[in-house]
Write a protein that binds this ligand. Structure first.
Ligand SMILES: N[C@@H](CCC(=O)N[C@@H](CS)C(=O)NCC(=O)O)C(=O)O
Length: 80
C-alpha cells in the first residue's frame, strides 16, 4: 500500500490550497507541520532537497518521491 505525507505549515497559502482539497480525495494523507516539528523540516530537506512547502512525500513499493508543486500535488491526489 502506498503512503502519503504532506509537509506544510499554517501560514503558507499554497499549503492551504492543498489542505483544502484533502477532504475530497480518497486516500489518507498524514499531515506534517514543518514549523511545529523541526524533525519534519529536517526530513523534508534531507529527503526532498529543500524546505519549500507544500511537498507531498509518496512512498510506494519501497521507493520514495517528493512532489513540490501545490497544483501538481492536488491533481495527483485527485486522480488516485
Ligand atoms: N510554487 C510553489 C510555491 C511554494 C512556496 O512558495 N512556498 C513557500 C511558503 S508559501 C515556502 O516554502 N518558502 C520557504 C522555503 O522555500 O523554504 C507551489 O505552488 O507549491
Amino acid at each position: 500500500m502506498p503512503s502519503y505525507a504532506l509537509y506544510y505549515y499554517d501560514g503558507c497559502p499554497y499549503c492551504q490550497r492543498v489542505l483544502g482539497a484533502l477532504p475530497n480525495i480518497k486516500v489518507d494523507v498524514e499531515k506534517r507541520n514543518t514549523m511545529r516539528n523541526p524533525d519534519f523540516r529536517k526530513e523534508l530537506i534531507q529527503g526532498g532537497g529543500r524546505s519549500t512547502v507544500p511537498c507531498l512525500r509518496i512512498e510506494e513499493n519501497g521507493q520514495v518521491r517528493w512532489m513540490y508543486e501545490s497544483l501538481d500535488i492536488i491533481s495527483y491526489l485527485q486522480k488516485l
